[in-house]
Design a protein around this ligand. Structure first.
Ligand SMILES: NC(=O)c1ccc[n+]([C@@H]2O[C@H](COP(=O)([O-])OP(=O)(O)OC[C@H]3O[C@@H](n4cnc5c(N)ncnc54)[C@H](OP(=O)(O)O)[C@@H]3O)[C@@H](O)[C@H]2O)c1
Length: 270
C-alpha cells in the first residue's frame, strides 16, 4: 500500500481525517502532500503530521492522486486554478458533498478520471462509512485505489453516483443526528434526576452497545427493538410518545431536507 503519492487539496476537517487515517494505516508520510489556504493551517498540518504542505500547483505536479476536500462553494475557484494544469492521467477524488463528478470533468482535461467519495467524521476513530462512485472516466482500477485509501478509515461501499445525494443525507450527515439524539437523551436523564455525568455514561454506552448489536447480530432493527419492548412495559410507553411526537416522520422529512440541500449546494457551486 502507498505506492502512489496522494495530495489532499484543501486539508480542513475532512482532509485532515483522511491524512491522519492514511498515516495510521501505514501510508508513508513521504507519499502524502497537503495544501492549505492559510499559512497558519499549513504549519499546523506539518507540526501535527510531519506532512509536506505545498501549493496547489506543486501538488498537481507531484501527486498521482488528488483528493479534493475543499467546501463545495470553493471548488469552482480551486478548479479554475488547477483544472487546466491537471494531466488527464491523474486520479481526482472528490470529497465534496453534493458536487457531481461532471462538475469536475467540465473543469478538467477531457478524460480525467474522477471518483466521488462521501465519507463521515467517525473516520477519526477508523469507523467511517465511505460511499464511493465512479465518474464517467473512472475505471474499476480507480475505484479499487479509492477503496484502498478509504478502507483503513472504516467501511466502504460502492454506489451509483445517482445515489450520492441520498448517501450524503444518510451517512455523511448521519453522525450529527445520532449526537443530537444522545444530547436529547442526556437531557431527559437530567429531567429524571440523574447527574449529568451518569446520564452521559449510561447513554453513550447504550448507544455503543446498540450499534454493535445492529452490526453484529444481523437482525433487523425492528426485531432488536421488539426484544426490549415487553407487553404493557416501560419501553412501549416511551415508544407511544415517540410516535405521538412524530419522530419517525421527522426523520423522513429531515433526511429529505438534507438531500435537497446537497442538490442546492451543487447548483450554487456551478
Ligand atoms: N464535515 C463533515 O462532516 C463532512 C462529511 C462529509 C463530507 N464533507 C465534505 O468535505 C469537504 C470539506 O469539508 P470540511 O468540513 O473539511 O471543510 P473545511 O474544514 O472548511 O476544509 C476545507 C479546507 O479547504 C481550504 N481551502 C479552500 N479553498 C482552498 C484553495 N483554493 N486551496 C487550498 N485550500 C483551500 C480551506 O481553507 P480555510 O481554512 O482558509 O477556509 C479549509 O481549510 C466539503 O466539501 C464537505 O462537503 C464534510
Amino acid at each position: 500500500m502507498g505506492g502512489h503519492t496522494v495530495a489532499v487539496i484543501g486539508a480542513g476537517k475532512i482532509g485532515e481525517l483522511m491524512l491522519s487515517g492514511l498515516l495510521r494505516s501505514g501510508w508513508p508520510v513521504e507519499r502524502l502532500l497537503a495544501t492549505a489556504r492559510r499559512p497558519a493551517r499549513a504549519q499546523e498540518l506539518t507540526d501535527r503530521y510531519g506532512v509536506r504542505v505545498v501549493d496547489n500547483l506543486t501538488a498537481v505536479t507531484e501527486a498521482e492522486v488528488l483528493a479534493v476536500s475543499v467546501k463545495p462553494q470553493d471548488a469552482a475557484a480551486l478548479l479554475d486554478e488547477i483544472g487546466p494544469k491537471v494531466p488527464a492521467d491523474k486520479l481526482v477524488i472528490s470529497l465534496c458533498a453534493g458536487l457531481p463528478t461532471a462538475f469536475f470533468n467540465r473543469r478538467l482535461p477531457e478524460g480525467t478520471p474522477v471518483v466521488r467519495v462521501m465519507t463521515n467524521t467517525p473516520a477519526l476513530v477508523d469507523q467511517a462509512m465511505s460511499a464511493i462512485s465512479a465518474g464517467a472516466y473512472a475505471t474499476g482500477e480507480h475505484l479499487a485505489l479509492a477503496e484502498e485509501m478509504f478502507s483503513p478509515l472504516g467501511a466502504t461501499v460502492r454506489v451509483p453516483e445517482s445515489q450520492q445525494d441520498a448517501v450524503t443525507a444518510l451517512s455523511g450527515s448521519g453522525p450529527a443526528y445520532f449526537y443530537l439524539l444522545v444530547e436529547a437523551m442526556i437531557d431527559a436523564g437530567i429531567l429524571l434526576g440523574l447527574p449529568r455525568q451518569v446520564a452521559h455514561e449510561l447513554i453513550v454506552q447504550t448507544a455503543i452497545g446498540s450499534a454493535v448489536m445492529l452490526r453484529d447480530s444481523g437482525e433487523h432493527p425492528v426485531k432488536l427493538r421488539e426484544a426490549v419492548t415487553s407487553p404493557a412495559g416501560t419501553t412501549i410507553s416511551a415508544i407511544r410518545e415517540l410516535e405521538n411526537h412524530g419522530v419517525r416522520a421527522a426523520m423522513l422529512a429531515a433526511l429529505e431536507a438534507a438531500r435537497d440541500r446537497a442538490r442546492e449546494l451543487a447548483a450554487q457551486a456551478d
